[in-house]
Design a protein around this ligand. Structure first.
Ligand SMILES: [Fe+2]
Ligand SMILES: [Fe+2]
Length: 363
């Protein structure tokens, strides 16, 4: 190799690039305000984590139709399931039908538009695609069980605590659309806040109330197909939380002016507001006692999760020292621990090299 070339390794492939050009390309890559080009020049890679997560996410691919719904249909039509349990399923489908769309829209119209490095756009494209899979899995649940979709829609439109949860994130996303000038500090902070809000507050915390409810039913062998789809969704969400956390941390490393004391406090206040809305939603809407849990423990679980999100973003926790009241819930979210889980058709998507499931850290 001559002095003028340099070697890059991506997975098991090696590339020899002109050193000067490669150095210039790396120097021009940035989370924001980097070189804006139509050419999708992933090489040379600057953000290895983004490329690695893209691969992990792609290897976790699943299709709703591969999940058996026979037992779910029998249970739905039979007498062993209570009306409250049916209501929890409809609430889960109703809330996530709206939420998946909101998250996907924010990725495509805000975050993926504003970042400039191609490998970041790559992983965000996959992230948006996974929100489509999640939305499609809800269609599959509705059609398998014969639920009227308008009933689920009504959940989203008529229930004030769900509306409040959604307005909280949508107003932030609308305020920040593609043409914003990211050389202005105020706008950089608005983007950083958007990334924190969607990744850590919404996907990272506000999804977990209903996830907990549905996995509690799953634990009692109720709606195994739906439970399995939610477990796949949760594995995906844990990667989404990581994508957005890495994005936030890298953005701040490259733009340390964002990270003022006031801004850090603003993010903590945003999390506190998200937690308040989630607890209100739990108290108003989730019949936790129907799945054998207590409301206090459920709220403690939200405190536990939200503090972890903050600490992982180098922020002070809201409470600190909160214990996880539901270790079984983390366990049932962890696909790695269940040996036989990948048996069946879904395995075909899963390459042996990528059997690593959700990162324990996210659960
Ligand atoms: Fe999702
Ligand atoms: Fe997500």
């Amino acid at each position: 190799m001559s002095e003028n070339t340099t070697t890059y390794t991506v997975g098991n492939r090696t590339f020899v690039l002109d050193k000067e050009k490669a150095d210039a390309a790396i120097a021009a890559k940035a989370v924001i305000n980097g070189r804006d080009t139509m050419f999708f020049n992933i090489l040379p890679l600057k953000y290895q984590w983004a490329y690695d997560l893209y691969k992990t996410m792609k290897n976790n691919h699943w299709e709703p139709e591969d999940i058996q719904m026979q037992t779910d249909i029998q249970q739905w039509q039979g007498n062993d399931i209570s009306d409250v349990e049916r209501w929890i399923i409809k609430m889960g489908i109703g809330y996530f039908s709206a939420a998946e769309g909101i998250v996907g829209d924010n990725i495509l119209h805000v975050v993926r538009e504003l970042v400039t490095a191609p490998e970041l756009k790559l992983v965000l494209g996959r992230h948006a695609h996974e929100e489509n899979i999640h939305a499609d899995s809800l269609v599959y649940m509705i059609s398998s069980l014969g639920i009227n979709p308008h009933e689920c829609e009504a959940m989203f439109e008529d229930i004030p605590t769900i509306k409040a949860k959604n307005n909280f994130v949508v107003s932030n996303s609308r305020a920040l659309r593609r043409d914003v000038d990211l050389t202005v500090l105020e706008n950089k902070q608005a983007l950083a806040k958007n990334i924190f809000m969607f990744g850590q507050v919404m996907e990272g915390t506000q999804f977990y109330g209903l996830f907990g409810m549905i996995l509690s039913l799953y634990r009692q062998n109720k709606f195994p197909g739906i439970g399995q789809m939610f477990r796949y969704t949760l594995r995906d969400e844990s990667n989404h939380i990581e994508v957005f956390r890495n994005l936030l941390n890298t953005l701040i490393t490259e733009n340390p002016d964002i990270w003022t004391k006031e801004f850090q406090q603003d993010l903590r206040d945003t999390m506190a507001e998200g937690v308040r809305l989630e607890k209100e939603f739990i108290r108003d809407c989730l019949p936790v006692s129907a799945v054998g849990l207590s409301c206090e423990e459920f709220e403690q679980y939200i405190d536990y999760i939200s503090d972890r999100r903050l600490v992982n973003c180098r922020l002070e926790p809201l409470i600190g020292g909160v214990e996880n009241p539901f270790p079984w819930l983390s366990e049932s979210m962890d696909l790695k621990k269940e040996q036989n889980f990948f048996e069946g058709k879904v395995t075909e998507y899963q390459k042996a090299s990528a059997l690593a499931g959700a990162d324990d850290d996210e659960l």
